[in-house]
Each structure stands twice: as structure tokens, then as C-alpha cells.
Design a protein around this ligand. Sequence first.
Ligand code: NAD
Length: 489
Amino acid sequence: TKLSNATLDALPDDVARPTYDRSKLTPGIVHIGLGNFHRAHQAWYLHRLMQQGKAHDWAIIGAGVRAGDAAMREKLLAQNCLTTLIELDPSGTSAEVIGSMIDFVAVEEGNGPLIAAMCDPAIRIVSMTVTEGGYYLDAKGGLDLDHPDIRHDIDRPDTPRTAFGAMVAAYRNRRDLGHPAFTGQCCDNLQGNGAVLRQTVLGLARAIDPELADWIERNATFPDSMVDCIVPATGEAELRTARAIGIADVVPVTHENFRQWVIEDNFCNGRPPWEAVGATLTQDVHAYEAMKIRILNAGHQILANAGELLNVPTIAACMEHRDIAAFFRKVQSEEVVPYVDPVPGMAPDAYLALIILRFSNPKIRDTTRRVAFDGSSRHTGFLLPILRDALKAGGSVDGLALTEALWARMCAGTREDGTRIEPNDPLWPSLQEAANAAKSRPMAWLEQTKLYGDLASQPDFASRFEAWLKKIWSDGTEAALRAYLSQSN
Ligand code: NAD
């Protein structure tokens, strides 16, 4: 029987489910970008609160600004917005159905329904996961006012295309109606993610109506947060797992047995008591996010480009691959950990050990392809800041240069066994062009100044990058990894 409110009682006994009355929930949050991650993370935290009898006036309304989100809406509405979360721990598998989401806004061009939903004064938080590349940043990290989507929203502010244009329109209506502003809460993996969201919203608002921008600046807040839980994409294997448990959910989510959420306590219009279910509310998110982004997210990139080239299907399999795993450990301990500060209760070395354990969980089918996605925002956001710190400190950048060279080789679009790597980046055509040019002239890759800024003119880095890319093309990925591993520092 299909998952729905009516069939909750018929779920297998060992599947946990809402103990609260879902018909009494009222909305407080609109979430834009209903992918897998949100449901395993924020929606789970809220569900836990609801199980404790708290936050029943903070239920989530899902939303999306891309045509593709309409399919997710249909599927979720057909099962009363219930989601099955399947926890994949090396010690065993368990499942729970969460009920903290109660509706999904119609996905329409011009985003009228979304704007209307965000104008409801009951909505006090608008949160989002629209990917790291979704914030329209230029090469210097500012808002790219020339991007066609942003230009569109400046020219037609009543029928915006982007999540941010929709937020600006909703803020305007709320101001005009005398409603207080909502908090904008970014849950994407970006350093200073609240500040990034704030910059995009305010930058767009200022280009549309400076007075409105001033109002938003005075009234709205955009807390920074660090989010963490490894959540694979759902494919056939995950659907099979759900069926084996006895749940007919067409969009189940699998995840690891680890979650962390560190949130800057800066909400302009109230918030659920997240701290009651394990989130950390603090005024200093920065150290936590730097540790996580540099060791986990940058670490993912260190693994995934080599993994794609050698056709290693998952992150856990990369951790079992002798050379890739050894490469990961060496780069991390010699060129990443030195540029990470400790946080309360956790030293960088201990955090690295934890990440090695989490990445090695063989039950999580986190595909190398998913992790290798969006390199143009992930290399720039996660790896290049470490590289710049290392150059400033005069430390080694050999392994980081090799990491960039592996990406430059991967973007040529073929694995070493000759199979094709499907496009995996919004900038794919230009990346592929640069990658092919770099085969004979490696600097062609670093000369992509939109990605690398002035790094091509840093001789310590550029010469190592050149040598590595040449070696990868002439002797192969494994030979390059082994050459790196045989050097002792
Ligand atoms: P997903 O592919 O399942 O969902 C992505 C969602 O974002 C979809 O709803 C899509 O329509 C929307 N989207 C994509 N690009 C957009 C854009 N430019 N503008 C507006 N909407 C856009 O991915 P996911 O696993 O849910 O991950 C989403 C984000 O969550 C990641 O990029 C990351 O920042 C964060 N995150 C994910 C994980 C994880 O393990 N999956 C862990 C931590 C953080």
C-alpha cells in the first residue's frame, strides 16, 4: 500500500512514524529546493521537535523554482508530503517516516504561488538548499549582476525566475502590508552561507528598488549555518531498499548515521527551538564551517576526481582504493589540516579521523559522480581558499596542485578506461574546452581566471600543477598518485 496519512498505521512495526497529529500542524517555514538533503536534515530536526510536542506551528511548505521541481511536488503531494528516511549504518539499517512537511507550492513560471506563500505572515523563515552554485556569484565572490537570470529578475521583478527574486518580491509585499520580515536561512555548503544569501538578496533588491533594499537590510536576518549529513541521490538501489523494508515511498531518502547543524542565533522573526534536538546555536559558526568545508567538502573533491578517472563508483569504494585513499590522507594531513582551527570539543586531526570513518561507510552508496558534480563551484569554494592559505604560509601545495590537475583531466570528459564522463557542471562546455587545450598546454586550465583568479601567476603552484597534469596525461592517474605518495615531506 502506498505511503500516505491513511496508511501510516499499516507500516511495518519497526518503522518509526509521526506520533503527533499532522492535521493540527500549521506552517512556519517555506523551503526552496526540495532535494534529498533538506528532507534528511532540516526536516528531520523539525520532525524530532514535533515528536516532542514542540514546534507544531513551524511545519514546512516545500517549494522549487525550477521546472524539474514540479515532478518532486507531484510525488510528495501524492503521499501527503511524507518522507521515508532510511539510515544506513555499518551496524544495520533502520527507517522512519517523517511528517514535518505539510504542503508543496505549485511550481510555476513567474513564481506567483511561491511569492504568495512567502507573504503569509505565518511564514517566519524561508530556508533553502539550491546548491553551492545557485547564488549567482562572480569570480570575486560578489553578485553577478550580468547573469541572464539576475538581469531577468531586475527587469521583471513581479515575475522573477530565481529564488532570490521571489524573496525580494515577497519582502516588498510584506513591507507594503505591514507584515514583519522573515529570516532567510541558507542551508547550502558555502562558507558564510548566510552572508552569501544576504548579499544575493540585497544586491538584487538594490538593483530593483534601493528603498526596499534598505527595508530588507533593516528588518531581515540571514544567519550563517554549517550543515552536515551525507545524503546520496536516490536511485534504483535506494528504491529497492525502501521496498525491502516494506514501504511504498516513491521518493525515499537514504542517509548516514551522523548529523550536525551549527546555526548562528540570528533570527528576526522567531525560530523553532532547534537546540532541543541537537543543533548547536552559537554566535561563532565560522570555525565549525571552516573545519567541515575544508576537511569534508574539499576532501570529497580530492577523492571524486581521481575516482571518476579510475571509474571507482562510490566514495566508500574510493576509500578502499589503496592509492586514492592514501592520496586523500596525505593531502589532508599535510596540506589541509594545518590550515584548520580547532572548534570546541574537536581538534582537526580528530575530525579528519571521523571523516575517514564516515566516508568509508560501505552501506552508503554516495556516487563518485554526485560528489564530482559542480566542480566549478566546489573547487573554487572548498579547495582554492586552502591553496591560497598554504601559499601565503609558504607551505607545500603539491597535493593540492595534483588535485586541481585531476579535475583538469576529468573535465576532458573521458575516464582512463575510455568510457565517457557525462557533463557534470553548469560550465561543462567551457571546462571541457580548457581541459582539452590543457592536454598540450597545462596553463590553459589555470588561465580560466573566473575560477583561478591570479593563481596561474603563483609559480610554486603553477609549476607543480603543470608537472602533474603532464604526468597524468602521459603516465596515467595511478602513476601520478603513486609518484606523489612516494615523496616524503
Ligand atoms: P538534490 O540534487 O537532491 O536537490 C537539489 C535541489 O536544488 C533541487 O530541488 C533543485 O531543483 C534545486 N536547484 C538546483 N540548482 C538550483 C538553482 N540554481 N536554483 C534553484 N534551485 C536549484 O541535491 P541535495 O542532495 O538535496 O543537495 C542540495 C544541496 O544541499 C547541496 O548542493 C549542498 O549545498 C547541500 N548539502 C547536501 C548534502 C548531501 O550530502 N546531499 C550534504 C550537505 C549539504
